[in-house]
Design a binder for this molecule. Sequence first.
Ligand SMILES: O=C(O)[C@H](O)[C@@H](O)[C@@H](O)[C@H](O)CO
Ligand SMILES: [Mg+2]
Length: 382
Amino acid sequence: MKITKLTTYRLPPRWMFVKIETDEGIVGWGEPVIEGRARTVETAVIEMGETLIGQDPSRINDIWQTLYRSNFYRGGPILMSAIAGIDQALWDIKGKALGVPVYELLGGLVRDKMKTYSWVGGDRPDDIVEHMKKLMAVGFDTFKMNGCEEMGIVDTARAVDKAVAKIGEIRAKLGNAVDFGLDFHGRVSAPMAPVLIKELEPFRPLFIEEPVLAEQAEYYPRLAERTFIPIAAGERMFSRFEFKRVFAQSGLSIVQPDLSHAGGITECVKIASMAEAYDIALAPHCPLGPIALASCLHVDFVSRNAVLQEQSMGIHYNQGGEVNDYVKNKDVFKFDNGHIHAMKGPGLGVEIDEEVVIERSKQAPDWHNPVWRHPDGAVAEW
Ligand SMILES: O=C(O)[C@H](O)[C@@H](O)[C@@H](O)[C@H](O)CO
Ligand SMILES: [Mg+2]
């Protein structure tokens, strides 16, 4: 079998798909994107794609290693997201060619269903309890929300109390019927993280995500020493070579690689295994579309340390497009009390509706995250 063509589609709400065609008519789909930099990743996919024409798509490992190592410079969000989407599509092709789900090619299921969580509250945490109640009614009991709005490098007791009050309201109204992760989203600096975390201890969040920016990962062990709340991170780390340092320094309880940013299935299944050696839980990051979610689930289904899966249905980012919009077999992500059962179809198990993809790609968005500023005008972490 030989690769004959790669085609990229930028799609609402802020996603991108890549379609890889072969001379035997088998097609694979991937989801290479950096939210807010779709056109940049698209250029990387097109450049990499030129080197793949005529290659054997079954040689996933060699293609991955060559795309990673053959251009001297490597790693980072753009190149690793481009490799991720191509990698996902190659696994899709291999599974379809052999007539089995990708997880069968990775050693088979360690579980029958995977627990997921839903986002609540939006960019500026609000209406959280009402949003949780609606999702509890359809079987969810685990959620994630932003832990705060803009936070100064050193901020006031008022700013801390405002953030904590939102969280206190959850426990006051819903008790321990729910669990929730708090995403600091990189908004909180190293000086402020312990201050805010200390005030959140009584409300027992399930985890605190990106308590500081990934580039400040050396603070994870120090923060872990000072709190009983598990620390989670990973969406802004892009290869085993970044994760190895964070695992070795300790401090991380939950690792959240993004299947569309950290080199795809080939790389993330290795990251999951490295994490297991350190007794770190796996909770893949996924605020994206159906191919990204399916790719996460295939890694979840073969990783015993997988505990939670992010999925973006109803997330505040999905304006103008939803996970199932581009999927023919819409029951593939059917929730069973917040769990998703192992996909049965070959490859990634998601049947992409190419007609809808082509049609919606005509209104390709140019999504960028908002640029926040502090009251004094200085740019704030969003
Ligand atoms: O945990 C999450 O889902 C992420 O922090 C998410 O909010 C960001 O990755 C966002 O997609 C960036 O544009
Ligand atoms: Mg996050």
